[in-house]
Design a protein around this ligand. Structure first.
Ligand code: UDP
Length: 313
């Protein structure tokens, strides 16, 4: 039987690492690429040990340097390369814009010429500061095209538009998933997103830094649940439109901090700090499509997921 080939951009990142691991388990020959601007060398090293062919390269530009030596046909391409945490994408704004536009275009060309289905990591950030809750895929969003988060929000929105138009003009069926806040092992401890920040603070016995009053909400999905949803979308369907994936149990950031306090044998303080510019007040996925079409829903409760990641820190 011919080998099944999969290419993952952003392989050394948090989601890329878990996606590669899952594809290996499913019997794929996995090729990973990442310039490790926000991912982890240790993720790349672990993947290499497991059998992933890994290349360190910037997928916004340098495909010619390595892609020509890859097999001539692929089943799947996942374009997951991108800074994803607000503090990191704000430090790498042009890179973030490039990888979700130039990088995605190159990945689409690669996938199409190698007869593969591409799945793009879009995000709940396309909904911006939502005026409806929960957010269904049909909601057009409320984003600021000229501000602190626009390099990420608008880059991902451009990526969605690129896939739409590419499919229309080239008669392809590439897909995309809208990923809501996700957490788990193998995140960069310096990533800056709330769960990993709080857990690192807990581990170091430092106060948990809540931005603002902590009344803003998010919903948190454990990474294994998310990867299952992505896998079903990519493999079990040929959908060419977005589906929300995440957890629909909504927490205030204050409630999250209180859950994390429960994990510590000693008292951990909370410190209230400034709220970042344009920080959305709420976010919660409407999962009707994922539940109906993919027969998927998240399983891991927050406290259980937090314990799993804490064991690895
Ligand atoms: N946040 C916080 N303390 C932190 C990091 C984040 O209170 O140390 C807040 C952040 O302002 C936002 C929420 O937690 O309201 C989720 O932030 P995160 O960076 O994880 O992702 P986002 O959903 O904003 O992309």
């Amino acid at each position: 039987m011919q080998a099944k080939n999969a290419l993952v951009t952003g392989a050394a990142g948090f989601l890329g690492y878990h996606l590669c691991s899952r594809l290996l388990k499913e019997g794929y020959a996995v090729f990973g690429v990442d310039d490790i601007c926000t991912g982890l060398n240790s993720n790349a090293e672990e993947l290499k040990k497991k059998g992933v062919e890994f290349v360190k390269s910037d997928v916004s530009n340098d495909w010619d340097q390595w892609a020509t030596s890859l097999p001539s046909s692929f089943d799947l391409v996942f374009h997951f390369a991108s800074p994803a945490s607000p503090p990191l994408y704000q430090k790498m704004q042009l890179k973030t814009l490039a990888v979700n536009s130039l990088g995605l275009y190159r990945a689409l060309e690669f996938a199409t010429s190698h007869k593969a289905r591409l799945v793009f990591a879009s995000t709940s950030e396309v909904y911006g500061s939502p005026q409806v809750s929960p957010q269904p895929e049909s909601y057009w969003g409320n984003t600021n095209s000229f501000g602190a988060r626009s390099c990420y929000d608008e880059a991902k929105r451009f990526g969605e538009a690129l896939i739409y138009s590419y499919n229309q003009e080239k008669n392809t069926r590439h897909g995309l998933v809208r990923i809501f806040n996700t957490y788990g092992p193998n995140m960069n401890p310096n990533d800056g997103r709330v769960i990993i920040n709080f857990l690192v603070q807990l581990k170091e016995g430092k106060p948990l830094t809540i931005h603002g009053d902590g009344k803003q909400t998010r919903s948190f999905c454990y990474v294994d649940d998310l990867i299952e949803g992505i896998y079903r979308y990519a493999l079990k369907t040929d959908l060419a439109y977005p589906i929300n994936l995440g957890n629909d149990k909504e927490f205030t950031i204050l409630a999250l901090a209180q859950e994390i306090q429960k994990l510590s044998p000693k008292k951990i303080e909370i410190e209230f700090t400034d709220r970042p510019v344009d920080d959305p007040p709420l976010r919660n996925p409407d999962l009707s499509l994922a539940k109906g079409i993919l027969d998927w829903s998240p399983k891991v409760p927050l406290l259980e997921g937090l314990k799993k990641i804490l064991e690895t820190l």
